[in-house]
Design a protein around this ligand. Structure first.
Ligand code: HXC
Ligand code: NAP
Length: 295
């Protein structure tokens, strides 16, 4: 199986300028690497310029691609506008916004201060809105079409989840934004889609969501019907497709890439997966016998 190999090979993203928020680490870094390999020019942004510069120098050496770093806290609209202007000054234009930056940690909701709650909502919901609004206004003003916004959400945007409630609320809002603007801004040639990843190991997410021995106690791979976590290249392949011209007719969609994780939690009888094979003969016999008793 070649699921962890690059899907496109031939400069499919050449001439595209892409902004990846939170591009200095984790999934943002992996997607950026692949976009550079496919010939795109990429600006990565986050709060930590040293981290961004280190990532940029690593990826430039690895891919030979054109990469720019811009410090920007997505919670601040003025900083977002400045980040957009810096990208345009360097690359002449921008075609794609990838809203990937996020903040999250696990906690019983009643333990959260109001500020803790707001911090996650501000990064995820307000941050994605800030970037989308600034970029959308720019594209509409300049009459630049064939532009794309891709939002990274989660599957609990629609199922909800305890212990990550601010994140679930914020990602649900980003999903609503995706579907709303896919319709409203299509007339300006702006496409808007989302990806809902299941578990993809990254330091940022794992340290905050599975600290200490939780990694061993709640092994994510056991929750996934395909019995493995995701590989970064798989996500990068999907993201590259969704920002490329090959997905020109996909608009307002959320694509789940989770090995079936959320559906396993949803199906009422999916827990029967745990039963050993031998038990099924006995169970079938018992059920059939019961049926006869009712005739
Ligand atoms: C309770 C906490 C807390 C915790 C912080 N706070 N951590 N409360 N439990 N573990 C509180 C603080 O006390 C403070 O409230 C408020 O939150 C803000 O904290 P700061 O540290 O000042 O905020 P900031 O420096 O802006 O950091 C934001 C952060 C941090 C979200 C708290 O974790 C961060 O920078 N995260 C960025 C990267 C990240 O989270 N990546 C994972 C994305 S994973 P008070 O009241 O004291 O002022 C993801 C995966 C989803 O989304 C699905 C996976 C399967
Ligand atoms: P990560 O490495 O921690 O990525 C989060 C990024 O967001 C960091 O680079 C961080 O950079 C940036 N960021 C945080 N606050 C910011 C702010 N205020 N302004 C600008 N940038 C900010 O974690 P990840 O796992 O790769 O997550 C990437 C995306 O995937 C997120 O949207 C996450 O919700 C989503 N996701 C991940 C998983 C998973 O299993 N890993 C599953 C579902 C969804 P700085 O700290 O330098 O600012």
């Amino acid at each position: 199986m070649e699921f962890n190999k690059p899907m496109f090979k031939n400069n499919e993203l050449k001439n595209k300028v892409i902004v990846v928020t939170g591009g200095g680490s984790g999934l943002g870094k992996s997607m950026t690497r692949y976009f550079l390999q496919l010939g795109a020019k990429v600006a990565i942004t986050s709060r930590d310029i040293e981290k961004l510069d280190k990532t940029a120098s690593e990826l430039k050496t690895e891919t030979g691609g054109d990469i720019l770093t811009v410090r920007c806290d997505v919670r601040n609209y003025t900083e977002v506008e400045e980040m957009l202007n810096s990208t345009i000054s360097e690359f002449g234009k921008v075609d794609v916004l990838l809203n990937n930056a996020a903040g999250n940690f696990i906690s019983p909701t009643e333990r959260l201060s109001s500020n803790a709650f707001d911090t996650v909502i501000d990064i995820v919901l307000k941050g994605s809105k800030n970037c989308t609004l600034a970029f959308g206004k720019h594209w509409i003003d300049k009459k630049q079409d064939q532009t794309v916004v891709l939002n990274i959400i989660t599957t609990y945007a629609w199922t909800g989840s305890g212990y990550v409630v601010p994140s679930a609320m914020a990602k649900a809002g980003v999903l609503a934004m995706t579907r709303s603007l896919a319709d409203e801004w299509a007339k300006y040639g702006i496409r808007m889609n989302a990806i809902a990843p299941g578990p993809f190991p990254t330091k940022g997410a794992w340290d905050r969501l599975l600290p200490g021995d939780l990694k061993e106690r709640f092994d994510f791979s056991k929750k996934v019907p395909l019995r493995r976590v995701g590989e970064h290249q798989e996500l990068a392949n999907l993201a590259a497709f969704l920002i490329s011209d090959f997905s020109a007719y996909i608009n307002g969609e959320v694509i789940t890439i989770d090995g079936g994780e959320w559906l396993q939690g949803a199906g009422q009888f999916n827990m029967l997966q745990q039963l050993p094979k031998e038990m099924w003969d006995m169970l079938e016999m018992m059920i059939r016998k019961n049926k006869k008793g009712h005739q």
